[in-house]
Design a protein around this ligand. Structure first.
Ligand code: G6P
Ligand code: MG
Length: 219
């Protein structure tokens, strides 16, 4: 039996879908006639749908009702679902399967810790849902990242202590959440905003199985 568990964020870590979230927000902003800057890319990563819309509207001086707010959330998701409707295993990011296959061959528990309410749909569409012993997503949590709740629930579900969990994340909010949960955080991505992670790699192709083995054996 191993004494470690691995928790993966989904969008931008396992699958290359962060760009579709971003495209959908951009399109919604256009529909509303709201300005949109590329600087929002990092801010939107890992952040709940509601929080993304709040950020989008923050500087817009837009008057809106709660009914409209809800309507726009639905609209964004409609655009997003249309964009991802035909995605398949080709959206899996390079090198991820190598690590996941290794962990599975060693019977090491794996979980998803994602803010997305579409996580299960994407995982099954891409054909990798069976890799995970727990899927904790935006439908389960009440507090969004950077709150550690999503990772704490994932650890509980795979029956691991927080200190024995290793989290892969591509967002600032997610790294903060993992650190606050007392887990080992591994950032995936090039942004210098990820510097609070314990480790950082540009992508999974840089992660050697040796490194994973060391993490597993670390006391
Ligand atoms: C992920 C993405 C965020 C997205 C959030 C909610 O964490 O990184 O950009 O806003 O999930 O996704 P959803 O599919 O529920 O709108
Ligand atoms: Mg992400």
């Amino acid at each position: 039996m191993t004494s470690k568990g691995f928790i993966f964020d989904l969008d931008g870590v396992i699958v290359d879908t962060a760009k579709y979230h971003f495209m959908a927000w951009k399109r919604l902003a256009e529909l509303l006639g709201i300005g949109f800057s590329n600087e929002l890319i990092e801010q939107f990563k890992g952040v709940s749908r509601v929080r993304c819309l709040e950020i989008l509207l923050l500087n817009s001086n837009y008057e809106f009702t709660s009914y409209e707010f809800e309507k726009w959330l639905v609209e964004k998701n409609k655009i997003y679902l249309e964009l991802i409707s035909r995605v398949d295993e080709t959206v899996i990011l390079p090198g991820v399967m190598n690590v996941m296959n290794f962990l599975r061959s060693e019977s090491i528990p794996m979980a998803i810790g994602s803010a997305s309410k579409n996580a299960k749909r994407i995982l099954s569409q891409v054909g990798i849902d069976t890799f995970f012993d727990a899927i904790v997503d935006g439908n389960v949590v009440s507090e969004a990242k950077p709150d550690p709740e999503v990772f704490r629930i994932a650890a509980e579900q795979i029956r691991m202590d927080s200190k024995d969990c290793i989290v892969f994340e591509d967002s600032m909010a997610g790294i903060e959440a993992a650190n606050r949960a007392g887990m080992t955080s591994i950032a995936i991505g090039k942004s210098n905003k990820l510097s609070k992670a314990h480790y950082r790699f540009n992508d999974f192709t840089e992660i050697q199985i040796n490194f994973i083995n060391q993490l597993i054996q670390k006391i």
